[in-house]
Design a protein around this ligand. Structure first.
Ligand SMILES: COC(=O)C(/C=C/C1=C(C)CCCC1(C)C)=C/O[C@H]1C=C(C)C(=O)O1
Ligand SMILES: O=C(O)CCC(=O)C(=O)O
Ligand SMILES: [Fe+2]
Length: 359
């Protein structure tokens, strides 16, 4: 079952944040101003050096030596305790990484009329605009987004693939091929870290769904009042996040009820466990709530890949990870049904996962 767009969703006027910036006014339109409980300045933020774990993928290339086992243990602890980690020596060609950053920036810097040729229709998640807006009074994020489904091919909406910059399609295809390979390998390591057969996830997922979302956060005169991206967990199995070199620090994750800022490491990628792996591991690995904050001095670009099972696939906690003291925490469901639920609700912390949680 594939998600169907909802029609006639009334979302009111959605200002484009880059255009707002051009007016140079320091006042923030009401729709972007968060309620006091949600404002980033009022929530405690930790910015320690003791940041999210770092996994060195080059140490996982030769299985069954000490280095391999140590790194797998680190991976397991990262997924259990943080749900987030950074990967270094990930094997994705740095030129490919740089090319997509450059291409994405060129796209966001195009005139609004050009970008609006690829509109994200309210209730859908592909195209340019703001996703997950369902009412006229819903707060807006300080962010412009451009999202596309990549795999399987039948999910592509080719009318939304920009012709400018001219290398858009070629650059995105090359990047997604590399990221897809990387996700397949990482899922093998994650399976190993759970004591499972390395191919279990890939065999189970069918032709995996892959989507990309480029998030551009312009500088904001009042970052204390707005959010770059509302708190949410990802509905994917895995998410791969790349941050443009020189961007402001913006990603925050909720750890022990406190927001922790993720300090980017040059040339590393940020990985997070999505809802699918939380369910399959019966809650052992966490799909952690995260958000993005805006910045007064520097803009920010993130390029995010969602990797998930095919929509036909039925999911439930793996029998291998259920035992007497750890009974199933989630019901059996179809991933297409979950995706439809995910994209037809606003981003609201870990609320989407309640759809499949057993009480
Ligand atoms: C914040 O999360 C998302 O924006 C998101 C959207 C992904 C999608 C597209 C951009 C186009 C194709 C459909 C799809 C829903 C994959 C998150 O992706 C997660 C959510 C689900 C569900 C999933 O499978 O990946
Ligand atoms: O830009 C970021 O750091 C967060 C992006 C994100 O969480 C998402 O797109 O799902
Ligand atoms: Fe996310």
């Amino acid at each position: 079952m594939s998600p169907v767009p909802i029609s006639s969703v009334k979302v009111g006027k959605i200002d484009d944040v880059q255009e707002l910036r051009k007016t140079k006014t320091s006042s923030i339109p009401e729709r972007f101003v968060r309620d006091s409980t949600e404002r980033p300045a009022l929530c405690p933020v930790i910015t320690t050096n003791n940041n999210i774990p770092v996994i060195d993928i080059s140490k996982l290339l030769k299985p069954n030596n000490d280095e391999f086992h140590y790194e797998i243990m680190k991976l397991s602890a990262a997924c259990e305790e943080w749900g987030f980690f950074q990967v270094i020596n990930h094997g994705i060609d740095l030129a490919v990484v740089e090319n997509i950053e450059k291409m994405a920036m060129e796209f966001f810097m195009l005139p609004l009329e050009e970008k609006q040729k690829y509109p994200m229709i309210p209730g859908t998640v592909q195209g340019y605009g703001q996703a997950f807006i369902f009412s006229e009074d819903q707060k807006l994020d300080w962010c412009n987004m451009f999202a596309l489904a990549l795999e399987p091919h039948h999910m592509r909406n080719l009318k939304l693939w920009p012709t400018k910059p001219s290398n858009f399609s070629e650059t995105l295809e090359e990047y997604s091929r590399e990221v897809r390979k990387f996700c397949k390998n990482l899922l093998k390591y994650i399976a190993k870290s759970l004591g499972l057969n390395a191919n279990l996830f890939e065999d189970m997922f069918g032709v995996a769904v892959q989507a990309v979302r480029m998030n551009y956060y312009p500088v904001c005169p009042r970052p204390d009042l707005v959010l770059g991206l509302s708190p949410h967990s990802d509905g994917s199995a895995l998410t791969v996040l790349q941050q443009r070199k020189g961007s402001s620090v913006g990603l925050q994750i909720l750890k022990d009820n406190k927001w922790v800022s993720v300090q980017p490491i040059p040339d590393a990628l940020v990985i997070n466990i999505g809802d699918t792996i939380e369910v399959l591991s019966n809650g052992r690995y966490k799909s952690v709530e995260h958000r993005a904050v805006a910045n007064k001095e520097k803009d920010r670009l993130s390029i995010v890949t969602f990797y998930a099972p095919s929509y036909e696939i039925e999911l439930a906690p793996l029998p291998e990870l259920i035992y007497e003291k750890n009974p199933p925490k989630y019901r059996r469901y179809n991933h297409g049904e979950y995706s439809k639920h995910y994209i037809t609700n606003k981003l609201q912390g870990k609320k989407t996962l309640e759809f499949v949680k057993l009480k």
